[in-house]
Design a protein around this ligand. Structure first.
Ligand code: H2U
Ligand code: ZN
Length: 358
């Protein structure tokens, strides 16, 4: 299909629309140019608060860790303590108290190795850590949602280049997964099928937005993508939560994550910034057959290492809008190599035993 005139697309996961203006993609750019992150990081930085053995805020010292390392965020946005219920004395002034826990997950002791640069086995360790923490935090009686995410790059607000992710576990379901829960539940009740499974079937038939897949996961630019090179990674099995993944699924997910992030880095030959996170089912007593585990990658860069997309003006006041179509973005990401631009050899072979769409 060619899409060359302005149109809207619906995000069935949230019920929100995005405006697509393909004819605008060629407009000149005289705006802000982003600074790129430093490329040559040391393997260890004595001033980094995430490196092994170094001191963090509040006098805590990191252990001499050798794999992943999890700690409670020293500046946690949420606290586990029970607080007094907030009284609301007017329907227009509503608030409720919120409990939760915030953790930081360092991917490895190496200050210089981001997801695409880590070996397959190390990415699997990162995923297993997210799984373990999801299970542990999700089992707490005051936790109902576990949000795993990575802010990568200074442009995304990451405060430290040492590769790490965060986990915020909350008593209430945050806005985005709450919308997805409602939409996936409605769809499942109407069709007796999970929304994302049916969506994936359509995408596999059409191919134009698919990047690649293996036996257990598919990476694609969603039909309703907002960010220029937005990607969604969807599980093939109807698995609802990270901690329900099997060993082979962990390997497959690590392989797909390495390939997505390698292609991102190769796109402009920089360490590609993004916010990435998993949407898993709420942690309650239900099995959530409507929910399909997936990860969203939201990268801000638009046409080079230094020109980003801003969510301002009409996006902020009206609705999100994009210029390059999701199909063109998918084509560009598909055309890139799986060999990281900093490496001369292909990514670890174990990452792609059953990969298709090369
Ligand atoms: P970001 O780079 O995505 O901001 O994540 C780093 C987190 O590390 C951030 O949430 C925490 C910050 O609160 N942090 C500590 O917990 N201890 C420190 O000594 C510094 C930063
Ligand atoms: Zn470090």
């Amino acid at each position: 299909m060619t899409y060359d005139t302005p149109h809207r697309r619906l995000n069935p996961l949230t019920g929100e629309w995005v405006l697509i203006s393909p004819h605008r993609a060629k407009r000149p750019w005289l705006g802000q140019v982003e600074k790129t992150s430093p490329e040559n990081l040391p393997t260890y930085d004595p001033t980094c608060y995430l490196c092994p053995r170094n001191e963090r805020a509040g006098g805590f010292r990191n252990p001499d860790y050798s794999s992943t390392f999890v700690f409670d965020n020293d500046f946690a946005a949420l606290l586990p303590d029970e607080t007094q219920a907030l009284a609301s004395d007017h329907p227009l002034l509503v608030s409720v108290s919120e409990r939760g826990l915030c953790q930081v997950v360092c991917f490895s002791p190496r200050h210089d190795l981001s997801l695409p640069e880590l070996d397959q086995i190390d990415v699997e360790n990162v995923i297993r850590t997210w799984m373990g923490q999801s299970a542990e935090l999700g089992a707490k009686d005051f936790i109902h949602y576990v949000q795993v995410f990575e802010n990568k790059g200074a442009v995304m607000g990451a405060s430290n280049p040492h590769p790490h992710s965060q986990i915020w576990a909350t008593g209430l379901i945050p806005n985005e997964p709450a919308k997805e829960l409602e939409r996936q539940t409605d769809y499942f009740n109407q069709h007796s099928h999970p929304l994302l499974a049916d969506y994936l079937d359509q995408e596999h038939k059409r191919q134009e937005r698919i990047l690649f897949s293996n036996d257990h996961f598919t990476a694609l630019v969603p039909y309703w993508a907002i960010w220029p090179f937005e990607v969604i990674v969807v599980a093939h099995r109807n698995v609802a939560r990270l901690n329900e993944l099997t060993d082979v699924e962990v390997s497959a997910l690590a392989g797909i994550m390495k390939r997505v992030t390698t292609r991102y880095d190769n796109l402009f030959e920089i360490s590609f910034p993004y916010s990435m996170g998993f949407h898993q089912a709420p942690f309650d007593t239900q099995s959530h057959p409507e929910w399909t585990l997936h990860a969203h990658f939201y990268p801000p860069l638009l046409r080079s290492a230094t020109v980003r997309k801003f969510m301002v003006g009409f996006e902020l006041l009206g609705m999100p809008q994009r210029d390059i179509t999701p199909e063109i973005a998918a084509e560009r990401l598909r055309s890139l190599s799986d060999v990281h631009y900093k490496r001369s050899s292909p990514v670890d072979k174990r990452s792609s035993p059953a990969d298709k769409h090369r």
